[in-house]
Design a protein. Sequence first.
Length: 456
Amino acid sequence: MGGAAGRRRRPGVGSAVVSALTERLLPHVPRYLVRRRLAPGGLGTWGVRETGTLLHADFQGFTRLTERLAAFGADGALALGDILNRYFRMLLDEIALERGANLVAFGGDGFTLVSFDPDGPAQLVAAGLEMQEALALFPVVETPAGEFELALRVGVHRGPFFHGVVEVAESAQYLLGGRTLESVVRLEERAQPGTVAISREIARALGESVRVEEAGEGLRVAGFDARPPRRPPGARTVAAGPERLTRAVAPLISKGVRERLLETPEAPRLAPEYRPATALFVALRGLPLDGDPLRVAPVLEKVLTGMKTLMDTLGPPVRKWDVAEEGLKMIFLYGLTGDPQHAFHAAATAYLLREALCSEDGRFSLAFGLASGMVWTGEVGGAGRREYTALGDALNLAARLAQQARPWEILCGEDLAEALSEVGEVAFRAPMRLKGKATPVRCGALVGLPLAEGTS
């Protein structure tokens, strides 16, 4: 990708704690990505199209549980962290990793797995079924706020997709996108809780070994007797010295999270907590993700360079990537590292990014969703793979607003829009129906933010 692939930069991690941090950093990045970055020429920006099998899953019930446990303060945060990690250890360490799957990303209480192996369809369908069988043994979870029912929806699809790394200064972001990603998201969202939905491509790959039933756009797995054997977990280790591993891994972890890991490298996990925060969702649309990857990486590098410049000015948020029904979706969480002006900084990032990029030649567009509220934060996952993430209604609302926003529009939740109207120009919209909301939601479009112009 031009000269970007040859640029190599060391992350800002002190050598005195490199060895200790390696164990803390490594689980935050997919192992296959670590291996790519350890290979000659693996650092820097790159992008390719490859064929793989994807499993996308999402829990039902955790958002309500998150809100109810918030009333219990620190005890509620600890309880939610324990529940999340108990379930993720069971699903990831005991099932997914032994099925040869790589966890690409957590999206709140959901997750995405990928396999590039020829037997990926069989392995991931088996993994999905085994996850549902394991959860069926624990349909109700007991908490300080009472008993809650949890369920999982699973979708599995196979096809070509774009994936790559965009590296800017000491920050790198791994991204996946394309029609295959969009299809697996739709399969999961249309699946019934407790079931595994598969595409017709997966059904053809498995042939008569799988029994299916028609279920909307996809198929529901009714039986899969010829499940392949699991793989020994030892095959998933990474052999490299701690300094090389740190160079490969550290840039892929948000600066704010990295700094917290530096403060307590001996801690097994960052402590869970509830705290006020603002979620900024950025939908990147119109990228040629199913075409020539050489055309995608430079555009992403331009967008992320703009984001990086703003973040250096407005404070380092926690950044994440998530799968989307259209294009790519970036998530920026302000306030998780103690920023008292998180709402303004998130709004200013969206506003200034739009002002900087909306004059582009139409190769892509951005749409923004913003919402503030109390969120739960902590490290979730198993021993082999985990991420620092957040859950709460503010994230769900911001995601839905970005989904509904027109190109270059910044939609804000009602409370945030009211606050921003005191320092900028907000055009309030008629209440709109959003997925997951029982009643129409009032929001506002951020039109002007004069105070932000002095921060760029």
